[in-house]
Design a protein around this ligand. Structure first.
Ligand code: KG4
Ligand code: ZN
Length: 322
């Protein structure tokens, strides 16, 4: 069994996954409520909370899988990208566990983890496929040729898609993180009520800062009327963001000749996106947002660092810094 640990942002997560991709437990403790009053994740607050939660979450993952550390053969942990202070909590816990048990450790890239959410059973997907990774921190189009890596075809030049949803939600008074709430509100609205243009940038990149500003102006122009139009605003805004995601994804698929399209990351939970990309493989809902099962899954295809060489491993904030 592989023990996965994930602490890159505001979810403390641990999971037990078998070598052939079956999930025995997948525990996620979200700190979202803790950060809500700040309107975003406060890194130092996140690190401290991870420190409190990492052992209880680990114990729960072992208990739910009906195993102990004796049943663990490898420890997998997110090394980056993410908040370095938050990552270090998970990485240190993983090192300590692996070292105490003389186990190998597999450092995992968080983005590769999102892709590997598709390799879990039941219903595992096989590469090659074109993958849209849309989360709070990233919006990427990836050419996935095998289980262990990808080539980046495009990304966002400003906000991530999840960030666009969160900022839109905030303008509509939906709290943080508001992507899921905006999705729910939009279902009661008219997506054609407002026209929110999304900038088309060259290549296979995305830009979402303009559409957010368009929503801001619409809310301002409506004044006191905006409250009654919230569902329409949400539906129109969601339509604009989803359309941009779908168009670019289909363009990328055409360019690469991909036979299969897959969607992963928190935004993959969006109902309109799931309905718009017919035939695409979507990560199961419980594996869209950050979790440790996907990290353990990625470790199935990544090289393990033998005991005790991994003690010197460091976390990285961005892929460029890796
Ligand atoms: O993958 P994730 O949990 O964390 C990152 O690695 O960033 O993604 C979280 C993001 C948040 O921005 C959240 O608002 C968004 O995913 N999200 C959604 C939905 N559910 C979560 N966005 C749109 N529609 C949803 N249903
Ligand atoms: Zn993520």
């Amino acid at each position: 069994m592989i023990l996965g640990i994930e602490t890159s942002c505001d979810e403390t997560a641990a999971a037990l996954v078998t070598e052939d991709g079956h999930i025995h437990s997948n525990i996620v403790s979200s700190q979202a409520d803790l950060h809500a009053r700040f309107g975003g994740v406060v890194p130092e607050v996140a690190s401290r909370r991870h420190l409190e939660l990492v052992l209880p979450v680990l114990r729960e993952a072992l208990a739910e899988a009906g195993t102990t550390l004796d049943g663990v053969e490898r420890v997998a942990v997110t090394r980056g990208p993410g908040l370095v202070g938050a990552l270090l909590v998970g990485l240190s816990a993983a090192k300590a566990l692996a070292w105490a048990r003389r186990l190998p450790l597999v450092p995992v890239d968080h983005l590769q983890g999102h892709v590997a959410s598709l390799f879990l059973e039941p219903g595992a997907r096989e590469p090659p496929f074109l993958c849209l990774l849309a989360s709070g921190g990233h919006t990427l189009l990836l050419d996935v040729r095998d289980h262990s890596g990808f080539e980046v075809l495009g990304g966002t030049i400003d906000d991530a898609a999840g960030e666009a949803f969160d900022k839109g939600a905030r303008l509509l008074g939906l709290g943080y993180p508001g992507g899921a709430a905006l999705d729910r509100l939009a279902s009661a609205g008219d997506p054609d009520a407002f026209s929110f243009p999304v900038a088309r940038v060259p290549g296979l990149d995305f830009s979402f800062s303009g559409v957010k500003t368009a929503l801001l102006y619409a809310v301002r122009d409506l004044g006191g009327e905006a409250d009654d139009r919230r569902a329409d605003l949400a539906a129109s805004y969601q339509r604009a963001v989803v359309r941009a995601l779908v168009e670019r994804t289909l363009e990328a698929a055409e360019r690469t000749g991909a036979q299969q399209i897959a969607v992963v990351g928190g935004v993959a939970a969006n109902s309109e996106l799931r309905a718009s990309l017919e035939g695409a493989a979507f990560a199961p809902l419980q594996l869209c947002s950050d979790n440790a099962a996907m990290i353990a899954s990625a470790a199935r295809y990544a090289p393990a660092v033998p005991y005790p060489d991994y003690l010197a491993l460091d976390a990285y904030a961005s892929r460029e810094a890796a």
